[in-house]
Ligand binder design. Sequence first.
Ligand SMILES: Nc1nc2c(c(=O)[nH]1)N[C@H]1C(S)=C(S)[C@@H](COP(=O)(O)OP(=O)(O)OC[C@H]3O[C@@H](n4cnc5c(=O)[nH]c(N)nc54)[C@H](O)[C@@H]3O)O[C@H]1N2
Ligand SMILES: Nc1nc2c(c(=O)[nH]1)N[C@H]1C(S)=C(S)[C@@H](COP(=O)(O)OP(=O)(O)OC[C@H]3O[C@@H](n4cnc5c(=O)[nH]c(N)nc54)[C@H](O)[C@@H]3O)O[C@H]1N2
Ligand code: SF4
Ligand SMILES: [Mo]
Length: 682
Amino acid sequence: MRYVQTTCPYCGVGCTLNLVVNDGKLVGVEPYRRSPINEGKLCPKGMTCHEFVHSPDRLTKPLIKKDGEFVEASWDEALDLVAKKLRETSDKYGPKSLGFQVSCRTPNEECYIMQKIARVGFLTNNVDNCARICHGPSVAGLSLSFGSGAATNPFEDVLNSNLLLVWGSNAVEAHPLVGRRIAQAKLKGIPIIVIDPRYSPTARLADDWVRFNPSTHIALANSMMYWIIKEGKHDKEFIEKRTKGFDDLKKMVEKYADVENITGVPTEKVREIALKYAEAKNAVIIYCLGITELTTGTDNVRSMGNLAMLTGNIGRPGVGVNPLRGQNNVQGACDMGAYPNVYSGYQKCEDPAARKKMETAWGLKEGSLPDWYGSTLTEQINECGDPIKAMYIFALNPVVSYPDSNHVKRSLEKLDFLVVQDIFWTETCEYADVVLPGASFAEKDGTFTSGERRINRVRKAVDPPGDAKEDWEIFVLLAQKLGLKGFDFKSPQEIWDDMRKVTPSMAGCSYARLEKPESLHWPCPTEEHPGTPILHVDKFSAPDGLGTFFGLEYRPPAEVADAEYPFTLMTGRLIFHYHTRTQTDRARILHYEVPENYVQINTEDAKRLNIVRGEKVKVRSRRGESIAVARVTDEVGPGVLFMAMHFPEGANALTNTALDPLSKMPELKHCAVTVEKIKEGN
Ligand SMILES: Nc1nc2c(c(=O)[nH]1)N[C@H]1C(S)=C(S)[C@@H](COP(=O)(O)OP(=O)(O)OC[C@H]3O[C@@H](n4cnc5c(=O)[nH]c(N)nc54)[C@H](O)[C@@H]3O)O[C@H]1N2
Ligand SMILES: Nc1nc2c(c(=O)[nH]1)N[C@H]1C(S)=C(S)[C@@H](COP(=O)(O)OP(=O)(O)OC[C@H]3O[C@@H](n4cnc5c(=O)[nH]c(N)nc54)[C@H](O)[C@@H]3O)O[C@H]1N2
Ligand code: SF4
Ligand SMILES: [Mo]
């Protein structure tokens, strides 16, 4: 028996755990008690994260589609074909004809090497990761407000706070070990306000749960700020010394004294929670997808920034604005430059000095790297066929996870060539020309960067099955086939060091230093630097050192309920499943907990439509339909439905592709639907 200390492959909390290995196989998961993140505790997904690894369903051989059938191939044959097709496409149609979709599930080293292939091999910025449909608005919004798009404070810091404002986050189910911190805060008597249209398991922890109409965040936040300013509870000194744009904000919020007709929240309640937040000595905002996955996502995030700066809640323990980053490595995929406008460490592609630096480091001709903003994840889907002819999807399952599945399927069909690199056969593989079998988190080394900017080590415990290869190695082999220089890596550590050389904010994070249980939070520019758990202490990260207020107008979502589609559909997660279930559905307990798609409907609505608990109903939108088991409950209000996003032909058969103009986030959390009984015999 061997214990291999590693990092959980699911959510952005980044819990440390021990994989138990016997005879070259994983046989269990044991706690790692010295971890300051989770102190030996794990949620049901972490506890069972070894189960999918040896599933008989794992991909074990490269597959090539020949005459409509997938046939097994050698690595040489498969990678020759991939290299040839990508090169031919780029030679014929130019750098905008390729799309690279990078995972947030895989280690930093693999994200870095994939974007390096796109940039060095094909001089394209059409490279993006699934933060785009997750916390893209956090990156965009917090960069505008604070100069850096990352969470400001560590998770455990909530215990130093005097008030928790949890907004659009169901941490108890989606980030259970942060949920634990919130529960600990409650036990310490720290007041908790949860703002959510749904009475979620997290809302149950609240002293104040505020139900509001979905997607009316800006109206609510503006109104809170109106009352804070009106009552003189804003932090005048902080505003004066550390920020700009206050007058814009003040003028804007004057219109928002009473927003009950928009938000459904009585003015007195808005005033009450606003003053509680403003009067707390140290108050922290924790938010998640309820804020970001809307066409107003970036403005919603900037509203969180506005609130924190207005009350001086930035730059010390117990305060801050903390987006709970979703995937195990979504922070890292962004940090590594798997983004259409930045290199690693957020060095901007439009900046000639940054391009020149990368060209020198990567051995490219001066002036060769593109300055244009590449296509984002879902824009690439819209561009399938024209101008995008070939796409490389690495560890993502767009047919289930992107908005409007029918649109995704139609788009992928328009490609001349599609590569999918996964560990399981997914709904997306059906549309591929080549499927490459990668290795799971337990089968390779590397690092994941958690939602608190902490860089955690991932360690190899067992070998990948059959001919499957570690993903970084697949990219090294592909780079060789493409004849690229600068990809002669023999280990993930060598890739990490290559990244560190060009990335000032992470230059000090050597593998040796990451060995310690407490690891390191970037920015960490030198080997001597202790890392930076709390951002914006003396000044903001913007070039002028100031935070920026934005006066933001409330805008309704792109599609609102009407006579034809009278319900608002909200989508989200439950504790037992992770996204498109390729992994969690192969853990026995998790599968049995929730084996099929369901929809929550309010008791009154169900009565009116004669829908009873447990019956199958049909939910329809302008884009598609989904069959789901009805859960009749008062957790959702009248006129609102909630569906988990985990099932094929589920929520994303219905969702809307409309985008937030600033971050290009699709409106995954709001669309108009109708729900009906399935008639006998249908
Ligand atoms: N078990 C599990 N954990 C996960 C994941 C998983 O798949 N499964 N995924 C991980 C990832 S990648 C992410 S990004 C995080 C996400 O973590 P969360 O964002 O916390 O999870 P969600 O359930 O998507 O949405 C959170 C809440 O937003 C609320 N909400 C608030 N305001 C609004 C609104 O105006 N409109 C709508 N429609 N909803 C609103 C919903 O009611 C819901 O309770 O979870 C991570 N953790
Ligand atoms: N309606 C609606 N839609 C949503 C959301 C929502 O709240 N509502 N949330 C959105 C969010 S926040 C996110 S993050 C996305 C997630 O969307 P996806 O990232 O597409 O979902 P996953 O199921 O996590 O897909 C990851 C794939 O990677 C594979 N994989 C895992 N580890 C490895 C590895 O190490 N190597 C290789 N090669 N493959 C691996 C898995 O088998 C799986 O097929 O979904 C988004 N979609
Ligand atoms: S809270 Fe997140 S990181 Fe921790 S065990 Fe659960 S899924 Fe894994
Ligand atoms: Mo996410």
